[in-house]
Ligand binder design. Structure first.
Ligand SMILES: N[C@@H](CCC(=O)N[C@@H](CSCc1ccc([N+](=O)[O-])cc1)C(=O)NCC(=O)O)C(=O)O
Length: 216
């Protein structure tokens, strides 16, 4: 029985692989684990059946062998713990890879999401223009530090790991991605990750869902 992910029936990201089923798909492709997807509508996500899996009424969820998980980072970590290829075997290197997962979602992502939300929800507010420079600066602070740490390395800490998968997932979000031109090593880092066959397969699969729904 394959693991089952939930994903948007019609994703607001219009097939750009920005919704958070993407990191779970990507991790499963990296370890070569086939999986199935249950597509849900926005309304279905808020119903008791889905909230029993994901208390906040969101996607993704992961179900396998009686285990139900939510939180894309937790799903990625679980996949990496059950299959070789995404976490180092050395205990210290493994701990550092997991630290980078937390850094991605807790340090790099918040200013990117805040900048995105302001753009999506506050454009008509009187304070919108005045807030933009500060919102952009907060994202740039994280990109600068990440760029300094990465330097000319291929991945953040040794071979490609869950730390890179989650960091690239965060950097692909529009409010970060549209600043990457100013950080060439980060832009190249994201491009390297997106060129990985596993990323390509995951991306193609989520795009096919969007295209099928759009053709609907
Ligand atoms: N922390 C949780 C967050 C999950 C989450 O935000 N899920 C979103 C979809 S991915 C977030 C997302 C949505 C859209 C875009 N986009 O670019 O259009 C990008 C990311 C969701 O279900 N939203 C519906 C709701 O909250 O009611 C995780 O990582 O799993």
């Amino acid at each position: 029985m394959n693991p089952i992910l939930t994903a948007f029936k019609t994703s607001p990201d219009r097939g750009r692989g920005l919704a958070r089923d993407m990191p779970a798909r990507w991790a499963l492709e990296e370890v070569g684990q086939p999986y199935d997807v249950r597509l849900v509508t926005f309304a279905e996500m808020k119903e008791p059946a889905h909230k029993a899996l994901q208390p906040f009424g969101q996607i993704p969820t992961y179900e396998a062998d009686g285990l139900v998980l939510f939180e894309s980072g937790a799903i990625v970590l679980h996949i990496a713990e059950r299959h070789p290829g995404l976490l180092p075997t050395d205990a210290d290197a493994r701990a550092r890879a997991i630290a980078w997962m937390f850094a991605a979602v807790s340090t790099v992502q918040p200013p990117i999401v805040e900048r995105e939300r302001a753009f999506l929800l506050e454009r008509d507010k009187p304070w919108f223009d005045a807030r933009q420079p500060a919102l952009e600066q907060e994202v740039r602070r994280r990109l600068e530090d990440l760029s300094d740490r990465l330097g000319d390395a291929e991945w953040l800490d040794g071979p490609f790991s869950v730390g890179d998968l989650m960091t690239v997932t965060v950097l692909r979000r529009p409010a970060g991605a549209n600043l990457l031109a100013d950080y060439p090593n980060l832009a190249a880092y994201v491009a390297r990750a997106e060129a990985r066959p596993a990323f390509q397969r995951a991306y193609a699969d989520q795009l096919a869902v969007f295209e099928a729904a759009s053709a609907g």
